[in-house]
Design a protein around this ligand. Structure first.
Ligand code: ADP
Ligand code: MG
Length: 323
């Protein structure tokens, strides 16, 4: 069973950023509006995630760390709307199979909290303790029992970069949550949780609407667009600042990136890429979600039509803007 867990973990937990992704998604699912992430040495030495969500009940801790244990209902409707972030019940069991883990938590309906430690997927020790409502999960010695994985981790800076990148995207798509990220004790992200995407954009890039950014607000059934695009002063020679979310979830989609570039045609020179943080809403029936938790791909059914609508939306936004 431990072997099976280790193999399963290998699918979900590939590197430190996978741990952060799973734990932060759990914190979001728990209804937290304040989430902090602290990593040491790119997450290789230690990862601590703290949230003020609903917490885990004392009696539910052992179960939460079992494979395929999920408290989240998963129906076809859930999958279609991609609202539930994690739903396979594998994250906690996978993390604890390949690292040392400590959980301190208090459930909203309980008087006292609990402290539990795991090693190699086994519960080592659980006791009650006092704690504010919410959860803190500390993960260290990642891959201590899977040397092959450990060797495959990159330099600290690279692993840290992946985590920061992930957290920036999560912060953008959850402007209502205040995120704090610290790397080796140094604050690298601190969002206000105001509910406004522009406030997160401002934290990340220092730009403001009107000055460099054009707000996108467009609807052409069945598609809705929101977010911000850059004006002509903001053109870049790379695509790193073209960030797309579909129904709140970060996705990579080269066709959309291409459509964004094309929408600026006539305004800009070739080989330039506009800045864009764009939220696309589509009915679930138009999406084919690859449910592997580590992947960021979503297949848009009838993609060429959607890209056409998208391009039209961006062009109209540009036309309405004071370029
Ligand atoms: P899943 O998220 O797919 O349900 P996980 O293994 O990630 O599976 O988590 C198992 C369960 O542990 C969750 O369903 C949830 O009930 C509980 N849980 C995990 N993390 C948290 C958290 N930060 N706050 C509250 N509950 C949590
Ligand atoms: Mg989860």
């Amino acid at each position: 069973n431990e072997t099976i867990n280790k193999i399963a973990a290998g699918e979900v937990i590939i590197r430190p950023v996978s741990v952060v992704k799973e734990l932060v998604e759990n914190a979001i699912d728990a209804g937290a509006n304040h989430i902090s992430v602290m990593i040491e040495a790119g997450g290789k030495n230690q990862i601590v995630i703290r949230d003020n969500g609903c917490g885990i009940a004392y009696n539910e801790i052992p179960l939460a760390f079992k494979r395929h244990a999920t408290s989240k209902l998963t129906t076809i409707d859930d999958l279609e709307t991609i609202n539930s972030l994690g739903f396979r019940g594998e994250a906690l069991s996978s993390v604890s199979a390949v690292a040392r883990v400590q959980v301190t938590t208090r459930n909203e309906n309980e008087e006292v909290g609990s402290f539990t430690s795991f090693e190699g997927g086994m519960l080592i020790n659980q006791r009650v303790c006092s704690y504010n409502q919410g959860t803190e999960i500390k993960v260290w010695d990642l891959f201590y029992n899977t040397p092959a994985r450990r060797k495959h981790m990159e330099k600290d800076k690279k692993e840290e970069g992946l985590i920061r990148n992930l957290m920036n995207k999560i912060a953008l798509s959850h402007p209502n949550i205040a995120f704090q990220v610290k790397c080796n004790g140094r604050s690298v992200l601190d969002t206000p949780g105001s509910g406004k995407v522009i406030d997160v954009v401002n934290v990340l890039y220092g730009w403001e609407e009107g000055n460099n950014l054009i707000a996108v607000d467009y609807e052409n059934s069945p598609m809705k667009l929101g977010g911000f695009i850059g004006n002509l002063k903001m053109m870049r020679n790379h695509r790193e600042d073209q960030i797309f979310f579909i129904n709140g979830r970060y996705i990579k989609n080269p066709q959309l990136a291409q459509a964004l570039d094309e929408a600026y045609m006539g305004y800009t020179m070739k080989h330039q890429h506009p800045f864009g943080i764009i939220f696309i809403e589509l009915p679930g029936r138009m999406l084919d979600i690859n449910i592997h938790p580590a992947k960021t791909e979503i297949k848009i059914l009838n993609e060429s039509l959607i890209c056409l609508l998208f391009k039209q939306g961006i062009r109209e936004t540009l036309r309405g803007a004071n370029l």
